[in-house]
Design a protein around this ligand. Structure first.
Ligand SMILES: O=P(O)(O)OC[C@H]1O[C@H](O)[C@H](O)[C@@H](O)[C@@H]1O
Length: 540
């Protein structure tokens, strides 16, 4: 059912009208316990959502909306391995990948946990052999570099996790090649030696153009240096498709399997994480899985009003539909989370960037807001001007690991101060009266003062979450990723859309094939043909 037809939606409109005139600073002034009241925690993660433009009445109605959209039922179906991805008749059971031994999951009626652990055991044995030097390259050299060749879900997750936990890397150095712009492969290979390089070709379908093109070139590079026989020692695959792996020339015995019930953007917990295991070791991968599993349990067990993914999902709905925030900005105050936003963009935008509901009817409401962001404090020197004084269409998530991951405590204090200062500034703003007093104290008066004031006023009243992690370690990173996964799911349920398919990416792929085919380029539109010809001319 469309959320807009629920009684809760109509009630939320009334709450929004009531709160439209109330400034966030007034909400804080009214309720001295606001910061405690609008906070929740789980798995070491602490969420302060008191700087959201809600009160108890609006929040209660958001929780009603979740009931009216049967969130509990959909969550049960998700965890029960029912085909919630109904357009592909698949379960979406990434939670099975991070459950400890002994916890059983069933996908579409089949028990999957035994297979999950069998593949993980193989991954760990392989990683142990590579990390110890027992398994070596064709010339007998230890592997010093591991190149993951994959794109989308077969790249973002492991690349981001390896960057986030980079100081703890104690195995071969991980590299990542995704783009069909050969510059990425070229620049990577230029820094590597074939004798000491292991390639992981990671592709759920093993049919992705970019990945196969990169893998083919990497294979040629290796064969040119070490001969054809070296391929079996230097190439492994991660895929659901053994036949295509074999056709590419990788022995399926060197393939680490995953399954159609693992969506690409939810796959970092599967064999897609092999590069993480090689770089960081099985214990840290276990910790990543444990953090995500703890968050899974929290999502299933915690009451809605204290449930982090439920709260974050509903606050997103509130901001998108009732406060006009068509933009969700995510700003981690952690340099090592530089790639987090890229991972999250695939997760949320590929999942919830949909235009029809589960029944295939056009939705009568917005779906996912534009999601973007980058690390603080750098972001403050780029687009925060707009967040403070531009159109009020942005909701911000601040993410802050509290413990410094470096030996410079003074710098960590500055980082923390900046993070807190930005959410406070967005919340309270600065009134004309405050600006006048400040300028007058600086000696400005008369017309000059009047002219200066409007430029320095901050409206404030701009919503944000602040999410604290004790530190950026594997466990809390796992919990953070699972939190956003489930937030995405919660929002899909409210919107009554399928978050687990991605048909919207297909047309461009088909047309790229058409453009590559001289016999079919003629059938393209005039603009595309002209550009193609122009490019041809510029190439000569
Ligand atoms: O893992 P692969 O099959 O190579 O797919 C890689 C990516 O391809 C497409 O972009 C899909 O939309 C993504 O969801 C997927 O992660």
């Amino acid at each position: 059912m469309s959320p807009t037809s629920t009684p809760a939606w109509q009630d939320l409109r009334r709450h929004a009208a009531r709160l439209a005139e109330v400034h966030l600073s007034a909400l804080f002034a009214r309720d001295p316990a606001r910061a405690q009241r609008f906070a929740a925690e789980a798995c070491g993660l602490y969420l302060d959502y008191s700087k959201q433009r809600i009160d108890a009445g609006a929040l209660g109605t958001l929780l009603h909306l979740a009931e009216q959209q049967d969130l509990a039922g959909w969550r049960r179906r998700l965890f029960a391995g029912e085909p919630v991805n109904h357009t592909e008749q698949r379960a979406a059971l990434h939670m099975a990948l991070r459950a400890p031994r002994g916890v059983s999951f069933v996908a579409n009626g089949c028990e999957v946990s035994a297979a999950v652990h069998a593949v993980r055991d193989r991954m760990y044995a392989f990683a142990a052999a590579v990390r110890s030097g027992e398994r070596r390259g064709a010339r007998g050299a230890r592997f010093e570099a591991v190149v993951n060749i994959g794109i989308g879900g077969s790249d973002f997750g492991p690349r981001m996790v390896c960057a986030a936990l980079a100081p703890q890397i104690d195995g071969p150095r991980p590299w990542f090649v995704a783009n069909v712009d050969g510059a990425e492969l070229h620049d990577t290979l230029a820094r590597l030696r074939p004798e000491t390089t292991l390639f992981i070709v990671t592709s759920k379908t093993f049919s992705t153009q970019e990945t196969l093109a990169n893998a083919q070139r990497a294979r040629e590079w290796l064969v040119a240096a070490l001969g054809e026989a070296a391929v079996s020692k230097h190439f492994v695959a991660v895929s659901t498709h053994a036949a295509r792996v074999a056709a590419f020339g990788i022995d399926p015995a060197h393939m680490f399997e995953f399954w159609d019930w693992v969506g690409g953007r939810y796959s970092v917990w599967s064999a897609v994480g092999l590069s993480i295991v090689l770089a960081l070791g099985p214990e840290r991968f276990d910790a990543l899985l444990a953090g995500a599993h703890a968050l899974d349990r929290h999502f299933v067990e915690a009451p809605a009003e204290r449930n982090l993914p439920v709260l974050m999902g509903l606050l997103g709905i509130w901001n998108t539909h009732f406060l006009g925030c068509a933009s969700q900005v995510v700003v981690p105050y952690a340099q090592r989370l530089e790639l987090f936003c890229g991972w999250l963009q695939q997760l949320e935008l590929e999942s919830n960037g949909k235009g029809v509901n589960r029944a295939g009817l056009p939705v009568d409401h917005a779906t996912t807001p534009v999601l973007w962001g980058s690390v603080g404090t750098n972001a403050q020197h780029a687009y925060f001007q707009m967040l403070h004084q531009g159109p009020a269409v942005h909701a911000v998530d601040f993410i802050l690991p509290v413990e410094a991951g470096h030996p410079y405590p003074e710098m960590q204090r500055m980082l923390v101060a900046n993070c807190l200062a930005q959410s406070a500034a967005l919340m309270r703003g600065k009134t004309a009266t405050e600006v006048r007093a400040e300028l007058a104290a600086q000696g400005l008066a008369g017309e000059a003062l009047d002219a200066a004031v409007p430029h320095r006023v901050f409206p404030g009243n701009r919503p944000s979450n602040t999410l604290l992690l004790p530190r950026l370690d594997a466990y809390h990173l796992g919990a953070l990723l699972a939190l956003y996964e489930h937030r995405t799911f919660v929002q899909s349920v409210i919107w009554d859309i399928n978050p687990f398919d991605q048909w919207g990416v297909e047309l461009g792929k088909q047309l790229a094939q058409q453009i590559l085919d001289p016999a079919r380029i003629e059938m393209m539109d005039a603009s595309t043909k002209t550009l193609y010809q122009r490019i041809g001319a510029m190439n000569h």
